[in-house]
Design a protein around this ligand. Structure first.
Ligand code: SF4
Length: 339
């Protein structure tokens, strides 16, 4: 593989092999003056993901430029690992995967299939486009919101879903997001922590500042004053680290998800709880939002909430609605009309 190609797709095994063959050690990469430019670009890569949620195109006009660009990838992964913030790992993974998507759109069918092969996706060329296994399609399209991704809107033949290149590349993006997220954080040694201490502090401070602003704004773009009393109560209980029954967690997560929050935003909302267990919460949230199960759940209606004992402090509006989501919508209309 040409180094210019490896620089564009640094996550490929061949790209990693290129670096191994070049004989550059981790120590050299972290400390040697010869790799200062690579470290600079690695920092840039991480900061772009932090600030914009995407990775910029960096001009590559020579073999040296391409090598530096390729080296910036392992450096970026070291910095992200050292920050060790799950939400930031995900943000970085999404940014890298998006960049790969942009680039893959312009590649040949042969190259795209080489990438799918490496990622373990069973793809065939079919009817002028591609086909993927039904189960793979379901798994990797579970987070796509657009109706056009729903299974009922697909052409299916012999258990395979027919897709065009644009869709195939979007599936690759999703697979890459999952792969990079699962690979990080890597273990980092003291030398790495010391070398990138300034960046690590800056990123942590930025993340903390954003979380503060997020909390101050009251759930980002959602309006907490429109929440029904049950959801306000469940949210405050979770944030205070109080014991909330599974039915309550399920109701709140599915409610927030139906209002448009994704798994990471929901996790961030819960992260203030003193007993916050990132791993456990992520599993529960991903299950309810459909990222693991493939099924997006809807919050229970009021009668079910009552039978679970989690209909807290119903107010006058509660007498007019049958579902917590309706409460949010009706209250929104009331606000807009100034009532
Ligand atoms: S009546 Fe429905 S919306 Fe109101 S608090 Fe009870 S469960 Fe929530």
């Amino acid at each position: 593989m040409e180094v210019s190609t490896a620089a564009k797709y640094p996550f490929l095994k061949e790209s990693a092999k290129y670096l191994r063959d070049a004989g550059i050690s981790l120590d050299q990469l972290v400390s040697s003056v010869a790799y200062e430019r690579a470290r600079y670009q690695g920092r840039g890569r991480v900061m772009e993901a932090l600030d914009d949620g995407s990775i910029d195109d960096h001009p590559v006009s020579s073999k040296i430029d391409a090598t530096i660009e390729l080296l910036s990838y392992p450096i970026a992964r070291m910095i992200v690992s050292a920050v060790a913030d799950p939400a930031f790992v995900r943000r970085y993974a999404i940014a890298e995967a998006k960049k790969a998507n942009e680039r893959l759109k312009g590649e040949s069918t042969e190259f795209v299939m080489k990438v799918t092969d490496e990622l373990g996706l069973d793809v065939s060329t079919d009817d002028g486009g591609f086909s993927v296994d039904f189960a793979d399609f379901l798994r990797f399209s579970a987070t796509m919101r657009s109706k056009s991704w729903k299974l009922v809107n697909q052409r299916i033949r012999d258990g395979r879903v027919l897709i065009n290149k644009f869709r195939l590349v979007r599936i690759i993006e999703q697979m890459l997001t999952e792969r990079i997220s699962s690979e990080l954080p890597l273990e980092v040694n003291d030398e790495i922590l010391q070398r990138f201490s300034r960046e690590i502090d800056e990123i942590r401070q930025t993340l903390e500042q954003r979380r503060k602003e997020h909390r101050a704004q009251g759930m980002g773009r959602l309006s907490i004053v429109r929440f029904p009393p049950c959801m306000k109560k469940l949210l405050s209980m979770i944030r205070a680290g109080e014991n909330v029954p599974h039915t309550g967690r399920f109701a709140l997560v599915s409610f927030l998800h139906k209002l448009g929050m994704d798994s990471d935003e929901i996790l961030e909302t819960f992260s203030t709880a003193p007993d916050f267990d990132e791993r456990k919460s992520k599993y529960q949230v991903d299950h309810i939002t459909g990222e693991i199960s493939g099924t997006e759940y809807t919050p229970p209606e009021c009668s079910t909430m009552k039978s679970y004992g989690i209909c807290f402090d119903p107010d006058a509006l509660c007498n007019r609605i049958k579902h917590p989501l309706n409460y949010y919508r009706v209250k929104g209309k009331a606000f807009r009309s100034g009532k």
